[in-house]
Write a protein that binds this ligand. Sequence first.
Ligand code: HEC
Length: 488
Amino acid sequence: MWVSTRVRALGLVLVVSAGFALAEEPGGQKPLRQQAAKDKELRPCVPDCPTGARFRSFDPAHPPPAGAQTFRLSQDYPEFYNPTERFPWETIDYAAEPEKYLRAVLAYCLEGNKDVDFRGQDNPKRKWYHAPWMHDDSDKNKAGAGREYHHGLTRERRSRPFELHTLQTSTSQNWAVGMVNDRGGYTLGQVWDTSEEYPDPTRATFPDHTVSFKLLFTAAPVTEVPYLNGSLEWTANTYKDAASYAPPRVDRTVRLLQLDVAVKDSRVAARSGWIFGTFVYDGGAPGASVWDRLAFVGLSWGDDDEVCDDFKKKGAFTNPKLKETRLNADLIEKPGHEYGAKAYLRHFGLGGRLNGPVDNPVSSCISCHGRAATYAKPLPLSDESGLPMETGLLTTTDPTGYPIAEFGRFFRTLRPNSHLERDADKLFVTTDYSLQIPAGIRNFYQHLRTQKPVIERLEKRGAAKLKADALPGLKPLPHLERDGTKRD
Ligand code: HEC
């Protein structure tokens, strides 16, 4: 069949660098990117942006009231960046002084942004950029996770009762928005601003000192999570009920809970290539501003792939065997302790690896992000164009039942940069630890394959063989969310 033949052909070229491997196929066939160009007529509705901008800012299925001030996607992706720029964290030993390193990164992320309410394009110090195609996950049967119109927040993993605090009795939804610096924006432009208008994941190779950060907000009330006291409050257009996510969306107050960062650092190029780190907001900390009250949770640059110790252990603990993770042991929950508005953590990631309070205890920053990848076939409209690679065994949150076989599959530090990876008998192009790229690519193809004019053109071209007529009826592609590729 067409799809599987193509995949088999790609299987033959499983070599070092995906950029080049994908450019030429064996047997003198045309490079795949040129074939995508040939299909130009298949894109009459991509993008379908009403404002003239290339990418939409928020989900049109959940429109703002007339006259509302709305979120604008920062999408003027730069074509150049200054390769000689120096950064304050370059000289800090991330392993010996992890908190100092991460606070230097945090200061850079906040500079200018906190004064313009995180509108990256309005930052007078340096511009920051958003990833496209996170506005709409094109899943008409279920409530979407796409960007809301106030601040461009997307839906994150929800927090189960008692994950955040012993007083947390309800499930709470979490929403987040991330931005990248100019080096990250340059790479987003490389991937998305192609002449063919199809995203090209093989160009997802981020330069050193790309910085990405994400503000995560929770709808959990302060009565259930007292350390949210005095946190940054935003209005967000979210769902009424975190259990069902049933529309319509409604405005509510959400509070900053967690702040994630990721920095491409050449010193760890032999491992993940990235330093991931996170902070939790601490309402009991003495700092004068919200930003001063962020507590350092930890950082990590690899998954210590060989260390299986303690991977079935529950709760928050440090694992002395881990060499590639640094955690703040002061935040570990002391059962029975009276915390008041002070923050503490009830879990990290699997086996004491780094994860944040909103994350699943059986994953880690590195394991989930290392598997950032999209199906390695850039031609449009196969059953599997846009399919993301599975990011983990996230149907459970309980490490006691975690199977060792899955540990080997998911806790394997992958090389950074773009290359081919085989998983579950399929080939994927990895996107250098960025999960916003395959999430956007998934949404792009999901949207494309539901567009009637596209389907009609395919049919006219005798594309029945491509199963084009069946595409709109296909099950939607799995979502790429912080809860994994499968919805729970
Ligand atoms: C189980 C999966 C999972 C885990 C664990 C996870 N993330 Fe993510 N993360 C995602 C997904 C999916 C996205 C893209 C969607 C989005 O941003 O809403 C993302 C996006 C991000 C981004 C934006 C840049 C990008 O393109 O990926 C940053 C920065 C980030 N995460 C940092 C972290 C940090 C730090 C940790 C650990 C404390 C972490 N993540 C743990 C799934 C995960």
